[in-house]
Design a binder for this molecule. Structure first.
Ligand SMILES: Cc1cc2nc3c(=O)[nH]c(=O)nc-3n(C[C@H](O)[C@H](O)[C@H](O)COP(=O)(O)O)c2cc1C
Length: 363
């Protein structure tokens, strides 16, 4: 595929995200099947004493929230990255950029990702898993250090690629390529999905590959198969796979049952309550994608900042209700999982493993 095609695709993705309804319709995140249990009278705390700060890639951020990697690679999307970076750095959070493949193919586009030039934040680079077998470690290292990224996210997206008429569904060799990058890059490597979820088996393989972190990237939020169907203008046969994937809450639990590294939850995180539930289920932080692009298009960096501030306030209110003074308390909170979700988990995970998690739920 040509550099021009990679570049124009980045623009089309943003345009479609803003002009069409591309959220999942029937698959949900399953966070609605989880209830966090109030933990006695909140007499010991008041909302102003709730602390949402947490460690992310070894540094403190103000809340367990980051902007999931989305864009860069086209002149017309550079401002989106810079506005998201401004909103994120003012809120004291972390951020990822979108696939940097465009800047490998055309180095003059590097500036569209280079947000650290103007903003002080924790930054994650990004590359597709299918590209890990194509580029040398030196190239990938140059791409990551070229924007002073603190970590590299590698996205695995077979559902999306299969829905693209020009997609690359040759993922042979990616696990060993990811393992090699992990051991040689000198920066943490996080593997993420883009909205179809990571299963327990994939998490096990990634653990054996020695990676630092996994992002669930589950279904229930932005639907990449729907976006590619719009892009393909009838040339994709993926209509029947539209509502396909592992819901974010399920993916998070599957990952936590097999991987004890850094784990984040992205895909349909839309409120402080979602963030609280994800942290209670074991996420170290939550990523937000589409809502930040929408907030940026309406009100630039201020829109991004206001959206994030609101989510942090919701998280604080939820923590106060639950009698949690800090994120460590929230990680220990008990929860109920509905019979429907429990049944799904029982099918997926052996009793022993499931019990490790379920002993914090009330039956
Ligand atoms: C416009 C747009 C572009 C995206 N591009 C990338 C990308 O280049 N690399 C990647 O790993 N994820 C990409 N994503 C996926 C997001 O990082 C995120 O995993 C996904 O949108 C689910 O989160 P959400 O439901 O909050 O949007 C993109 C998302 C959007 C909305």
């Amino acid at each position: 595929m040509s550099g021009d095609q990679t570049k124009s695709r980045k623009l089309e993705h943003v345009q479609l995200s803003l002009s069409r309804d591309v959220q999942f319709k029937t698959l949900t995140t399953l966070f609605e099947q989880v209830d966090l249990l109030p933990n006695g009278s909140p007499e010991k705390i008041n909302i102003s004493s709730v602390r949402t700060g947490t460690k992310f890639l070894g540094k403190m951020i103000n809340a367990p929230i980051f902007a999931s990697g989305m864009t860069g690679g086209h002149e017309q999307v550079a401002k989106i990255n810079f506005d998201i970076a401004e909103g994120i750095s003012e809120a004291g959070l972390a951020m990822g950029v979108g696939s940097q493949r465009a800047m490998i193919e055309d180095p003059s586009l590097a500036y569209t990702y280079d947000v650290k030039k103007e903003h002080d934040l924790i930054l994650m680079g990004n590359l597709g898993a299918a590209q890990t077998t194509k580029y040398s470690i030196d190239k990938i290292d140059g791409m990551v250090s070229g924007i002073e990224a603190d970590a590299l996210c590698i996205h695995t997206n077979p559902g999306q690629e299969a829905a693209q008429p020009e997609g690359n569904i040759d993922f042979r060799g990616v696990t060993s390529a990811i393992s090699e990058i992990s051991s040689k890059l000198g920066k943490p490597v996080i593997v993420k999905e883009v909205g179809n979820g990571i299963s327990r088996d994939v998490a096990l393989r990634l653990r054996n590959a020695g990676i630092y972190g996994i992002d669930a990237g589950g279904s229930g939020g932005t639907n990449w198969i729907a976006i590619e169907l719009y892009r393909s203008k009838g040339k994709s046969n993926a209509e029947i796979f539209k509502e396909w994937g592992i819901p974010t809450a399920q993916s998070l639990i599957e990952i936590k049952s097999s991987f004890d590294g850094f784990v984040t939850a992205t895909g349909g995180i839309r409120s402080g309550k979602d963030v609280a539930k994800a942290v209670a289920l074991g996420a170290d932080a939550c990523g937000i994608g589409m809502p930040l692009v929408q907030a940026q298009s309406k009100a630039g960096a201020t829109g991004v900042h206001d959206y994030l501030t609101n989510i942090i306030e919701e998280l604080k209110a939820e923590m106060a209700r639950l009698n949690c003074r800090n994120i460590e308390d929230l990680k220990k909170i008990r929860f109920n999982i509905s019979p429907y979700f429990t049944d799904i988990l029982r099918q997926r995970i052996s009793e022993g493993k499931l019990n490790l998690l379920m002993n914090r739920t009330k039956h």
